[in-house]
Design a protein around this ligand. Sequence first.
Ligand code: NAD
Ligand code: UDP
Length: 336
Amino acid sequence: MSGDRTGSQEEAGTPLEIRRAVVTGGAGFVGSHLCDRLRDGGAAVVCVDNFLTGSPDNVAHLAGDPGFELLAVDVNEPFDVAGPVDAVFHLASPASPHDYARHPLATLKAGAHGTLHALELAGRKGARFLLTSTSEVYGDPKVHPQVESYWGNVNPIGPRSQYDEAKRFAEALTATHRAHLGFDTVIVRLFNTYGPRMRPLDGRAVPTFITQALAGLPITVAGDGSQTRSLCYVDDTVAGILAAARAGHPGPINIGNPAEMSILELAERVRDLCRSAAPTRFVPRPGDDPDLRRPDIGRAAAVLGWAPVVDLDKGLAATIDWFAAQQAAPAAEAAP
Ligand code: NAD
Ligand code: UDP
């Protein structure tokens, strides 16, 4: 069912200059690129991470930068940050299906306790709070493409529920703090994002296929590969996150690339770009794996003037170059 109301979707935001930001999950894939872009724009950054699925290596190039601080903190416990803060970006959460299956309770806690603690930090600082929610709140969608007014189709006790429901709860917590406690909040729903600094063995399709293709190992396509995803290069995703944070529209706002393709097509594209002869191996599909996913980005265009600009071949080529340079580890573990 599609809902008629999504709260304050038509509200305009108040533009914000971000001079100092906290990024939870800042040592992860998306978070580390966000730290980079914030520093590029002159904002000081406090990166908060417990390295559950991220690594200090992702921000090692910022060590010694006086505008960058890295704190080893578990946001599932109460935490504080010294000094003024204009914006809190809450990214801390396992994000790949492989990771949230390995860390189910930590994932639920990151959506619940972690989000509450990050909101409380924003409240104490008078800062804007941005939640990176996910297309997974739409579950296995019955509305295609997915528009923000769609309420989703999520199995609350299924194999992906620890992530999907944690993010749905995190959205509810954020919306409640806005509606009832006057917090300044933004919700963005990120769709599948790829790029350098993904972990080769995080189990997601892009790093798995690249690692396998580069090693000449069978490319593990789940099911018959007809399920679709819409892949957004990380630079575009981070530009969307920053635009949303600066604009202050409460959202939710879909951030993703509407170019949709089947997973089998993705495997073939990666194999071609890697100039690999790796065969395809069809493997069982994970439970509750969504059939279709494509964002409607009309709202992002209207309220942020944002749209992705990196086409798939360019983004994949940059990602493949990065993986090749990392001399990725064997891919066998990454099969679903
Ligand atoms: P990631 O696993 O690379 O990064 C998550 C980071 O959060 C890691 O550095 C991890 O160590 C940290 N973290 C986890 N639990 C923590 C805790 N309790 N305390 C402190 N740090 C903690 O994942 P990512 O792909 O960079 O995703 C970042 C965010 O974006 C997540 O919230 C995810 O749900 C959201 N998102 C990502 C995508 C995508 O395609 N990458 C799509 C939709 C939403
Ligand atoms: N997938 C696949 N082979 C893999 C890893 C993933 O075919 O080795 C499929 C997976 O079943 C899903 C799609 O690729 O249909 C995208 O999976 P990913 O984990 O990248 O993202 P998500 O499921 O969270 O959208």
